[in-house]
Write a protein that binds this ligand. Structure first.
Ligand SMILES: Cc1ncc(COP(=O)(O)O)c(C=O)c1O
Length: 416
């Protein structure tokens, strides 16, 4: 594939893009349970208007583009307030992974400076997001992985058993991705505090859901800065914050702790280099779109979308449990879930075969293992098709009875 010899016509290029994407997962009709989170036409309109204004802007130097500094301050500040971080400070990043990388880096730096630890350890459950392993790999730390308990939440006693004087970070998720359950953050934070380690709460999925569930009067186990010992929290505006991709937030309990995240270099001929995260040049587009979406929705907008999401998730969970042979892993209370085979049915039903049948009907759910399951992150965009999904799911179960899928692979993220 080479570059065209001569530049092509605008319409011709757009037409080819339209053709190229015909096989992409169809999130617009609510048929994906993850990947894209659809806040509805008003949210799209403001996101796209802000995106086109800021498509070319660069947050590399907010002295040159102060509006992006202000956007970052407001996005970070408003969520710090909602998460009860009176002294909290942070930055916008490109996504959950970059926020987690920064939490890992911050833990490493603090332990190096205050405790003299060169090769620290991260204590985490096997449900914690893969990005923590990526961070350990990038930043030269070790991961000590502990299997989840019978309820799929972190097993605090088992994690306590592997804490050493080299532990620099303890991880909990609110909720974790694979099964959507919320880890016992208060116990984990106490563990971290005792070890003088950082405690990261991965709320990439829950950060824009749990506060609004609480505001609606629901009982949510403690998970934010009200829990002593929590040092960092990640939350993604580009997930249930309903902004386009490229926007997450990393919060530190205090500005003092935030300095372990940043990097500066002042011996370069190009001038003083100060950088909050992995990127150098930073597109203003996701930042401005995230800010605009948050302003458009406001607290009442997020309460409305959370209500719709939760009702849909509960409808789907109840519908799944009502199908003979299927059940939900653990007891998720928010928008995520894993659909699996009920005890006693494993000889007759295979969830991957069910997944293949659903895919043939145009539904997109990731496959997971231990246990084999189909992952669903429910959001506002799935509300109108929940009943259709349950009908197709029941049909897929009926048509795949006594079939086993040959392909046992799982696929959360790919290289090319
Ligand atoms: C709990 C959790 N943490 C982290 C991430 C990583 O986020 P991103 O894909 O934005 O890098 C995800 C993504 O689904 C997630 O669910």
């Amino acid at each position: 594939m080479s570059l065209p010899e001569r530049g092509r016509e605008h319409d011709d290029i757009i037409e080819q893009l339209e053709t190229m994407r015909v096989d992409d997962a169809n999130w617009r009709d609510g048929r994906t349970f993850g990947l894209v989170y659809d806040g509805g036409p008003d949210v799209h309109a403001i996101a796209e208007a802000a995106a086109s204004m800021y498509l070319h802007e660069n947050a590399l130097n907010t002295l040159a583009m102060p509006s992006l500094g202000e956007i970052q301050r407001q996005v970070v500040g408003s969520m710090a307030e909602l998460l009860h971080g009176d002294q909290a400070a942070g930055f916008m990043t490109s996504g959950g992974t970059e926020s987690i990388l920064m939490a890992v880096k911050s833990a490493r730096e603090r332990a190096r400076e205050q405790r003299g630890i060169e090769r620290g350890q991260i204590v985490l459950a096997d449900s914690a997001h893969a990005a923590f392993h990526k961070g350990a790999h990038y930043f030269g730390l070790e991961t000590i992985v502990v299997p989840v308990g019978a309820d799929y939440r972190c097993d605090v006693d088992a994690m306590a058993g592997v804490v050493t004087d080299r532990t620099v970070l303890v991880v909990g998720s609110a909720p974790q991705y694979p099964h959507g359950v919320i880890d016992p953050i208060d116990d984990l934070a106490a563990l971290a505090e005792e070890a003088d380690a950082n405690m990261h709460v991965d709320a990439c999925m829950g950060g824009f859901v749990l506060p609004f569930m609480e505001r609606a009067g629901e009982e949510i186990p403690p998970w934010d800065f009200r829990v002593p010992g929590v040092t960092t929290i990640s939350l993604d505006v580009h997930k249930l914050g309903y902004a386009p991709k490229g926007a997450s937030i990393i919060l530190h309990r205090s500005k003092e702790l935030r300095r372990y995240q940043t990097y500066t270099f002042d011996n370069w001929l190009g001038g003083f280099y100060a950088s909050p995260s992995m990127q150098g040049s930073r597109s203003g587009q996701p930042m401005a779109s995230a800010w605009a979406v948050m302003q458009r929705l406001g607290l009442d907008g997020y309460e409305r979308l959370t209500r719709t999401t939760l009702e849909t998730a509960r409808t789907i969970r109840a519908g799944v449990r009502a199908i003979d042979g299927l059940t939900i892993v653990g007891e998720p209370i928010a928008q995520l879930m894993a659909i699996t085979i009920e005890d006693g049915w494993n000889d007759r039903l295979d969830i991957f075969a069910v997944g293949d049948a659903l895919a043939a009907k145009g539904w997109y759910l990731d496959r997971q293992h231990r246990p084999d399951s189909l992952h669903a992150t429910v959001s506002n965009g799935n509300a109108s098709v929940a009943d259709q999904f349950l009908e197709d799911l029941a049909d897929s179960v009926a048509t795949t009875l006594d079939h086993r899928a040959g392909d046992r692979s799982t696929s959360y993220a790919t290289l090319e």
